[in-house]
Design a protein around this ligand. Structure first.
Ligand code: NAI
Length: 401
């Protein structure tokens, strides 16, 4: 089929296999150009197919020469529809890794379920014996609790009061006000159940029980803080409550891992364009402005640059300079620099649909968004026929649920 982008609100319902291959290959080339890192040998990445999780898998493989198992929840193609971007990304990642004789296996299914945890444990026992690093990088709108069967849906809402701010329809180029109602107690609890740390802790408890954690094991999950401008919708909102729970879970897991000489960490990362961040009101406009200023200053980074820096400077060193008072790694240091944030605060009230192109990097935002789905990639002929049925080499059967 000929595959073109089909954008519906903040998602794209198509993805391009050759484009995804190119975008993944570029991330791999970046890591190779930066040189080898010291670090873990066997890595499990939960949420490994897009965004920060995919970047973690790429840095682990091509920076650390680690063997990786990746878990994600993606759709295979059928006669009429393309696969999801994370499916094509993983097919490309494995193809390149396997060509270089590297170990990379993937499991597609619901990471919140007991079944997928068991499948992962069986695979670790068979192939790797022990895991040195577990990256927890899930972003999901819902979670079915593995014990009670209850389904929780997360919401992106302020807490305590309604909140009005500017937001952008990135593809129409329209800046408008959006008012978000305050979350109910149930919505707060449900968001914590989805995006908090309960499932992360379940993973670590399960892998410990199965005796699959190596001595000195590290586990890391990703968080976000951002500037005051986004606090009502992020840090002080429902997602912020979930991230606070994630932080408290890190402390709990850290204590548990002491018996393995291990540690659990949160890394506060920079705002980047991913499928998850595109869904948050206000944030895409903030990102467009942030990108413009960081590109002008020469400090702009995407997922793979961030994660390379995380591995190199913080995760496997004793360098505590990058940690904040709460013990979190601050990979968002460049985003939060005073001059950048002062400029954002000054420019924010001025942005309108008319000056959007001039004041922000909305073009860069759109381009990054297209690239998430394999569009706007270098050297790809988007008018050419392409086979949408691409296999992930390590996944033989169709979707495991
Ligand atoms: P993303 O949407 O690019 O990736 C999410 C991953 O989770 C995908 O691999 C997807 O397949 C997987 N996934 C979702 N539901 C699943 C399920 N039920 N079972 C198995 N896999 C599932 O998200 P992104 O942005 O990379 O987010 C990852 C983490 O990074 C999140 O904790 C997010 O809060 C954090 N973060 C993101 C920032 C951003 O600007 N995008 C900034 C700072 C932190």
């Amino acid at each position: 089929m000929i595959i073109q982008p089909k954008i519906r609100g903040f998602i794209c319902t198509t993805a391009h296999p050759a484009g995804c291959h190119q975008v993944v290959a570029e991330q791999i080339e970046y890591v190779k150009s930066q040189g080898k890192l010291k670090g873990p040998e066997n890595v499990l990445i939960i949420g490994a197919s897009t965004g920060y999780g995919l970047a973690s898998r790429i840095v682990s493989t091509f920076g650390n020469d680690a063997k990786t198992i990746g878990v994600f929840y993606e759709k295979e193609a059928d006669e009429k529809r393309t696969a999801s971007a994370g499916w094509y990304n993983t097919a490309a990642f494995e193809e390149i890794a396997h060509r270089e004789n590297r170990y990379a296996k993937s499991i597609n299914g619901d990471a919140f379920s007991d079944e997928i945890k068991q499948q992962v444990a069986d695979l670790i026992r068979k192939d790797l014996q022990k895991i040195d690093l577990i990256v927890y990088s899930l972003a999901s709108p819902r979670r079915q609790h593995p014990k009670s069967g209850e389904v929780f849906s997360s919401v992106l809402k302020p807490i305590g009061r309604a909140y009005t701010s500017k937001t952008v329809d990135a593809f129409r180029g329209e800046v408008k006000d959006i008012t978000l109602d305050q979350a109910s107690e149930d919505e707060i609890a449900n968001t914590i159940a989805v995006m908090g740390g309960e499932d992360w802790e379940m993973w670590i408890d399960f892998l410990a029980k199965e005796n699959l954690l190596a001595e000195g094991v590290t586990t890391v999950a990703y968080s976000y803080v951002g500037p005051e401008l986004t606090h009502p919708i992020y840090q002080d909102g429902t997602i912020g409550k979930a991230k606070e729970h994630l932080r408290l879970s890190a402390e709990k897991i850290d204590k548990k891992l002491k018996s393995h000489q291990g540690k659990a960490l949160l890394s506060v990362n920079k705002a980047v364009v991913t499928q998850a961040s595109a869904a948050i009101p206000v944030v895409p406009l903030y990102i467009s402005l942030l990108f413009k200023l960081m590109k002008e200053k020469g400090t702009h980074e995407g997922c793979v640059e961030q994660i390379y820096r995380l591995y190199k400077d913080s995760l496997f060193t004793n360098n505590t300079e990058a940690y904040d008072a709460q013990g979190q790694i601050r990979l968002d240091d460049l985003e939060m620099q005073k001059d950048i944030q002062e400029k954002i605060a000054a420019l924010w009230p001025q942005i309108t649909s008319e000056n959007l192109l001039e004041l922000t990097d909305i073009e860069g935002y759109r381009n990054e968004f297209y690239r998430l789905f394999g569009f706007h990639a270098k050297g790809v002929d988007y008018d050419a026929e392409v086979d949408q049925n691409v296999k992930i080499p390590s996944i033989q059967s169709s979707l495991i649920v």
